[in-house]
Write a new protein. Structure first.
Length: 265
């Protein structure tokens, strides 16, 4: 009987020691181990089934015969395609009236808006359309956000089991740093979503004032002709440079000869 009691005591001792070692091993996992554990999780990779994330922007500049009517038509098109003008500026000087618009429109309506605005334009001073693929950046940001949030959840679980004030403060500091990172990443993701969902079109239209058209044209032509004549003059000088050197040399020789003649007298 005594031998049986001793055997049971040894078994209980082994179980208690084993549980204690397990708890110590669990507590031995520090915050760095948790960060590494989450960081080692696989990052989302782009595949063929991923929907492309495209940012589409454009810039237009052209002359209008009637800027008031052109602006009216543009705003009608903006309303039709569910966009809005985020900026609207008008300028006037002695030679022209101009208007600059920054238009935001749902990306799926961008081409329709562009075609409507430019349907009656025969000549552009500037027309530039750009498309930027941000799919890779979008996937990378989503993966980073997922990792950060998982790490934050792990810390929230740890803080529930913290036993000392030092442990609580350390975990809260890590959670605060993570929250700051998450807010930055979410801000970038929100910005990209906005840029992908709404395209931007910058439009500058101008109307030349009739009373200054003729004078401005003459002034411009006169300046151009003067510049061309100046270039022709220099080209002419380059072509006759040997004769210029001969003339200069002759003048110098005459001056020297006259000085010698005066000395002889």
């Amino acid at each position: 009987m005594k031998k049986l009691i001793n055997t049971i005591g040894i078994i209980l001792f082994i179980l208690i020691v084993g549980c204690d070692n397990y708890e110590q091993d669990s507590k031995a996992m520090n915050l760095e181990d948790i960060r590494m554990d989450v960081a080692e999780q696989p990052i989302l990779e782009e595949n063929n089934e991923t929907q492309r994330k495209l940012i589409k922007n454009g810039t237009l500049e052209f002359e209008s015969e009637n800027i008031i009517e052109t602006r009216k038509a543009i705003f009608q098109a903006i309303k039709k395609f569910k966009g809005y003008a985020s900026s609207d500026n008008e300028y006037k000087n002695a030679y022209e009236i101009s208007s600059t618009l920054i238009i935001r429109v749902p990306t799926e309506n961008f081409d329709n808006l562009l075609n409507t605005i430019t349907s009656d334009v025969s000549k552009f001073d500037r027309k530039e359309i750009k498309t930027k693929d941000v799919t890779a950046e979008f996937l990378d940001i989503e993966a980073r956000l997922k990792t950060k949030k998982e790490l934050e959840n792990r810390y929230l679980e740890i803080i529930k089991k913290a036993n000392t004030v030092v442990e609580i403060l350390e975990v809260e500091k890590q959670i605060g740093d993570l929250r700051s990172d998450i807010e930055v990443i979410e801000g970038r993701l929100k910005f990209l979503n906005n840029q992908v969902s709404f395209s931007t079109l910058g439009v500058r239209i101008y109307e030349t004032r009739a009373e200054h058209t003729e004078f401005g044209k003459k002034f411009k032509d006169g300046f151009k002709n003067g510049w061309e004549n100046l270039i022709l003059f220099f080209v002419f000088l380059v072509n006759i440079w040997p004769f210029i050197l001969i003339i200069i040399g002759t003048v110098l020789l005459i001056k020297v000869w006259r000085k010698k003649r005066k000395k002889i007298k």
